[in-house]
Design a protein around this ligand. Structure first.
Ligand SMILES: Cc1cc2nc3c(=O)[nH]c(=O)nc-3n(C[C@H](O)[C@H](O)[C@H](O)COP(=O)(O)O)c2cc1C
Length: 399
């Protein structure tokens, strides 16, 4: 890999990337990323609950030859971290999904493309050389759905992520107040704000990808922006059920990941559905405000799946801002993790280089923390690295 640009060496934690992104990205898109639903209680506890889990420092153990390499649904990964699917990503940085997918490919971790991405499935396939994952939102328009799944197959996507927690949308106050749209509407507030983001504007002028690439021109009656917003509002299918999971699994015919599981009962349903992985996730605190943090939901789900004798993999996302968070999730039984905001901050700050920096930061933090805890192989890490009681305390009152 080529050397980092000199300025990026001073970027040492995800928070640095967040601060730069906040400066460079237009307000409505930065707010879209850096917010949760309603009071943002769950959004905040996703992060703070990780901090409450303490690690046990071990010493004088041979810490040479360490490895974070493992597998997620049978795919080799350089660390147990995948890029989560996120909508509007091409508004954080022009052609953002292409930049993030390239950074992930070079780093050796999976990239997931959202249904609500700006760059299309075909754009990502053209600009990368390894298979990526496609995330599906189930829409009412059946022809559109069948076509979308076929497009993911044609693009050689190696897994389908079915997002189970967005049949209806959580309300995010800032998006309503900002009048979020892609591209932004030419209101006075937006124009004044865009004038302070010259690099973003220049980059955007250089691309044609400024609206939802998987939808415009593909969904019936959605040829332009005015038809797009009413289409998306009507289309998310609130009737989605476990029966549909079986139908979608058959249509897809490949590896399936169900994302948005927070309760053991639902984890058991996911295991019985024959999915290859489930993601313990509350959508980064963007859906049910007042839900548990995802890390506090993890171990009960791992146990439930274990009791089922299922070989479905349990992954986790929501709240990961450091490699230590990854390590804690793995120690509690997750086989993999996904990151949303951690990579989006990098993207908004420096494009592809910023996503690469985010991945490097997380890798290094995970690797060094694992060593301090006396381990050299991520596949052998267990909850013996945690100070007893510090995780259990998060779950007081759960049952
Ligand atoms: C800005 C943003 C957009 C998102 N869009 C989608 C999406 O289109 N599809 C999806 O399944 N999840 C989406 N998510 C949820 C992420 O896939 C993931 O669950 C979440 O970001 C994890 O939390 P974290 O951001 O704290 O890492 C989005 C999250 C963010 C922050």
């Amino acid at each position: 890999m080529k050397d980092l640009k000199p300025g990026l060496k001073k970027i040492t934690e995800i928070e640095d990337l967040r601060r730069v992104a906040e400066r460079k990205v237009p307000r409505m898109f930065y707010d879209y990323v850096d917010s949760g639903s309603w009071t943002e209680t769950t959004y905040r506890s996703n992060e703070t609950d990780f901090d409450r889990i303490k690690l046990r420092q071990r010493v004088l153990v041979d810490m040479d030859n360490r490895s974070l390499a493992t597998q997620m649904i049978g795919e080799s990964v350089n660390m147990p971290v995948a890029i989560a699917p996120t909508g509007f990503t091409g508004m954080m940085w022009a052609d953002g999904e292409i930049h993030a997918a390239r950074a992930a490919e070079k780093f050796g971790v999976p990239f997931s493309l959202s249904t609500m991405s700006i760059c299309s499935i075909e754009d990502i396939a053209t600009h990368t050389s390894k298979p990526f994952w496609f995330q599906l939102y189930v829409m009412r328009d059946q022809d559109y759905m069948a076509n979308l799944i076929q497009r993911a197959k044609d693009a050689n996507c190696s897994a389908l992520i079915l997002t189970a927690d967005l049949q209806v949308m959580g309300q995010r106050h800032k998006d309503i107040k900002n009048g979020l749209s892609a591209p932004p509407k030419p209101t006075l507030t937006n124009i004044i704000n865009l004038m302070t983001k010259p690099q973003w504007c220049m980059n955007m002028l250089g691309t044609k990808r400024r609206s939802f690439g998987n939808i415009v021109g593909h969904a019936k009656g959605v040829e332009d922006l005015s038809s797009l917003s009413s289409w998306t509002e009507e289309q998310f299918d609130p009737r989605l059920s476990w029966d549909d999971v079986a139908r979608i699994k058959d249509m897809w015919g490949g590896k399936l990941i169900i994302k948005g599981i927070m309760e053991p009962e639902d984890a058991i349903m996911a295991a019985r559905s024959g999915a290859d992985a489930l993601v313990v996730s509350n959508h980064g605190g963007r859906q049910l405000d007042g839900a548990l943090s995802s890390i506090s939901a993890l171990s009960d789900i791992v146990q439930a799946v274990h009791a089922e004798n299922s070989d479905i993999e349990v992954w986790l996302d929501s709240g990961i801002r450091s490699g230590q968070d990854v390590l804690k999730a793995i120690s509690l039984g997750a086989k993999g993790t996904m990151i949303g905001r951690a990579f989006l901050y990098g993207l908004g700050a420096y494009g592809e280089d910023g996503v690469r920096r985010a991945l490097e930061i997380i890798y290094k933090e995970c690797d060094i923390s694992m060593a301090f805890c006396g381990h050299t192989d991520i596949n052998k890490v267990t909850d013996d690295i945690l100070v007893k009681g510090t995780y259990e305390n998060l779950k007081v009152g759960r049952f």
